[in-house]
Design a protein. Structure first.
Length: 246
């Protein structure tokens, strides 16, 4: 028998991904009609839905948050790169459904899209064109409104606006149970790791949204871990993401 909690979180997830109303994609990825498999895997850009991570990567947010709640791993949920806010809305819904009031959801984004590549400092980002996609720029006001549509905008939701190179040291969380990286660029992946990794306690998680979809993101993760002499087991998420437990 489906519990009320399960029913609620499943409904939230389907609404965030857009499968509940067959939301067609933006044409940026070359698709014009709703494809349930592409949406499940996060391989298109929804026209009006709240996230492009797809059903599997969204389910991963729930799974890992429920894991740290169950295991008593302290800390907040921090996402670096939020687009329309869908993955963070899912995180707040999980906390709400489980009655958790001592953890926060912290959204870090420029809310102006991605920065131009800085190939002198980060050669791996040379030629990246993410900053040219206007659809990737979603205002903080819009993301706040998206939270309010789910009645989930409260003092457990924190917004930190700005480029990661400037804001990461100022993330207002001393302990991070789940860090979700969705910065696309090498720079926007390694900056959060450099600033926040040591705030993750044993048993906490790092999610890399673009692990397989964007090679520079994967490269940044492994460069960071190699420099520290760490080689955690990477767990693949169907659709292109990955995560590891500290």
């Amino acid at each position: 028998m489906t519990t009320l909690l399960e029913h609620y979180l499943t409904l939230v997830a389907r609404t965030l991904v857009g499968t509940i109303y067959d939301d067609p994609p933006l044409p940026a990825m070359g698709q014009t009609r709703f494809d349930p498999r592409a949406r499940e895997l996060g391989w298109d850009w929804p026209s009006v839905a709240f996230t492009m991570v797809g059903a599997h990567r969204l389910a991963n947010v729930r799974h890992l948050l429920e894991s740290v709640i169950r295991d008593g791993v302290p800390g907040d949920f921090v996402e670096t790169g939020v687009w329309r806010g869908g993955a963070s809305i899912m995180a707040r819904a999980v906390l709400f459904a489980h009655g958790v009031t001592d953890r926060r959801v912290i959204l870090c984004d420029s809310f102006e899209g991605l920065p131009p590549p800085d190939p002198e400092r980060y050669p791996a980002d040379a030629g990246a064109t993410f900053h040219l996609h206007a659809a990737l720029a979603v205002s903080e006001e819009t993301v706040r409104h998206n939270f309010s549509r789910f009645d989930l905008l409260d003092d457990q939701v924190v917004f930190l606006k700005g480029w990661f190179k400037d804001t990461m040291p100022r993330v207002p969380s001393e302990t991070i149970a789940v860090l979700r990286l969705d910065g696309d660029l090498y720079e926007s992946t390694i900056d959060p790791l450099n600033a926040l990794y040591d705030r993750i306690p044993r048993g906490g998680y790092v999610i890399v949204d673009d692990y397989h979809a964007v090679p520079t993101s994967k490269e940044a993760v492994h460069d960071f871990l190699s420099a520290r002499g760490e080689a955690p087991a990477m767990v693949m998420i169907e659709g292109g993401g990955a995560y590891f437990r500290k």
